[in-house]
Design a protein around this ligand. Structure first.
Ligand code: MD3
Ligand code: FE
Length: 218
């Protein structure tokens, strides 16, 4: 059997990087070797700062469950979006960013051409079947020259990425357990979203998808 065929049938086998923009790349399976280390850390984070449904400034409940780890965490409420050093639920600092997660993200960023990525914030998103994330831009970080690295865990999802205006056409890319995506430079402010999650069960994460996005926010 050819290598390409093997990759298609074996989800545990990392494949070639897939460039979806000039400075946007999917690294299939890049995080698979780290999952065993990451899952206990994820459990610790969620125990300390549980997923919650934040409210948008417009008063809508976000369907995606959110929490954070790191020195800064992204929060949303009626007053707006911002990065905060404290979890508004506990009024305590966010859980510590796992060393393995910052190492993994620096390696992935380097593979995409971004040297010396040092994240200070990790937004953790939890999707249940039916949950989607509508098209948006990530604009709350201080320095747009810094990339964003995302790690997908659990159920697969279809990621949607568009242009620099909401009305531009979008492309779709499948994201599976262990895939890592890096966005920076010219692609950093593209509109993007996630289509409604299909029902299913993942052997390690159950009926959900968890996505970690590592950022240099401050
Ligand atoms: C492209 N999360 O947390 S990760 C988000 O799968 C977010 O949960 C999605 O969009 C998720 O803000 C997508 C990939 C990603 C993250 C940030 C980006 C793509 C990006 C920022 C700019 C452009
Ligand atoms: Fe985003």
């Amino acid at each position: 059997m050819m290598q390409t065929e093997l990759d298609l049938f074996n989800p545990a086998s990392p494949a070639e990087p897939q460039w979806i923009g000039k400075q946007a790349v999917v690294l299939p399976g890049f995080a698979l070797a780290w999952v065993e280390t990451l899952l206990p850390e994820l459990r610790r984070i969620i125990a300390q700062a549980p997923f919650r449904n934040m409210v948008t400034p417009g008063g809508l409940n976000m369907a995606v469950g959110l929490t954070n780890c790191g020195a800064l965490g992204w929060v949303s409420d009626r007053r707006g979006y911002r990065y905060s050093p404290l979890d508004p639920l506990s009024q305590q600092p966010w859980p510590v960013l796992p060393g393995a997660l910052s190492e993994l993200s620096a390696l992935a960023a380097a593979a995409a051409g971004f040297a010396d990525f040092q994240p200070d914030a990790c937004l953790v998103n939890c999707y249940k079947p039916g949950t989607r994330l509508s098209l948006h831009q990530d604009r709350d970080e201080r320095d747009y020259s810094q990339p964003i690295v995302s790690v997908s865990l659990g159920l697969p999802a279809v990621f949607q990425f568009g242009g620099h205006t909401r009305s531009e056409p979008t492309q779709r890319v499948g994201l599976r357990h262990g895939d890592v995506m890096v966005w920076g430079g010219a692609d950093r402010l593209r509109f993007h979203g996630v289509l409604p999650l299909k029902p299913g069960s993942h052997p390690l994460l159950g009926s959900r998808r968890i996505n970690l996005t590592l950022r240099k926010a401050g």
